[in-house]
Design a protein around this ligand. Sequence first.
Ligand code: ADP
Length: 376
Amino acid sequence: MAQPNEGQILEALKTVRDPDRDGDVVSLGMIAGLVVKGGNVGFSIEVDPERGAALEPLRKAAEKAVENVPGVLSVTAVLTAETAGGGQNGSQPSAHDHDHGHAQPKSDVLLPEVGAIVAVASGKGGVGKSTTAVNLTLALAASGLRVGLLDADIYGPSLPTMMGIKGRPTSPDGKVLLPMENYGVKTMSIGFLVEQDTPMIWRGPMVMGALEQMMRDVVWGPLDIMVVDMPPGTGDAQLTMAQRVPLAGAVIVSTPQDLALLDARKGLNMFRKVDVPVLGVIENMSYFNCPHCGQRSDIFNHGGAHAAADAMGVDFLGEIPLDMAIRETSDSGRPIVVSDPEGAHAKAYRAIADAIWEKVGPGAGAGREAPKIVIQ
Ligand code: ADP
């Protein structure tokens, strides 16, 4: 079947008029972040925050108009309210309206059935953040907790591969999605929804829309803890998470030299800025276990993260070595915590998971108030 192009989508959207203003949504410049991938179309409609809830019919009409374009298989339209600062440092949550018709207070809490939400973050990519998030999640599940895993790394979703999950989530009613599941962990990733081979271009509002949908429109059910694999860095997605999700805390993954070089410190400061407690630092690729000679070598200035964590006044949660078995198992969808549960690595991950649970579990008395943004 012929695949629709952007021009056809915009043409269709020109038939949708803003009920309060003179013009259609395209001419009024309300359409942003249009993505057409195969037959799957996504875009956001930028609206004033005050009008957010009232414009659900407009959102529906826009989806309907695009659905009628030949070749379109699915349409995702989200309402996005840009704050005065352009959404970068908004002190106000965006007025997304995904409640299918009901006016919703802006302060509504996402994921109300989740006991504690923990972000796994890093100052830059490639330090093993996703590998760590997955193994910690599996360690939490192994201790009998009800666990969810949310891939907020929408720029480079790797959790479907690491969790060994293929296929697409199903929807019982065309409105909500069921999470995918493996190893007893409910998982959601944008990687389940888009093709993996072509990189996506995301604009700020799209990032927020996708994240909110993965939280609001997915049937997570009651969970003791949800681990969120954050995108590397300190951009829009982190701010959205910190603003919209009552994070119990954040864990920073770092290599020894990376923390010494301050990349992780940026991540740390960003969570402090939005009032999210930093639960501690994990040193990944801490030292190298040679598979041939069995010798250990401290190729990356082992201990750098521990020392830097101490200097910054945050807890050091533990260290994980650079080991071929960790890479091979996570890249092949059988992370080390499930493929070698009695091994030393699994034990190390479990010890860190226990330390995290101690800090955010019911015994910890961690506050569940949505954090306030402090702009400096
Ligand atoms: P990030 O999420 O920080 O970008 P990933 O978790 O995707 O990083 O890891 C990057 C690569 O490094 C992956 O191939 C992963 O398997 C590998 N890796 C991560 N941690 C380790 C480790 N401790 N030992 C060996 N390989 C690792």
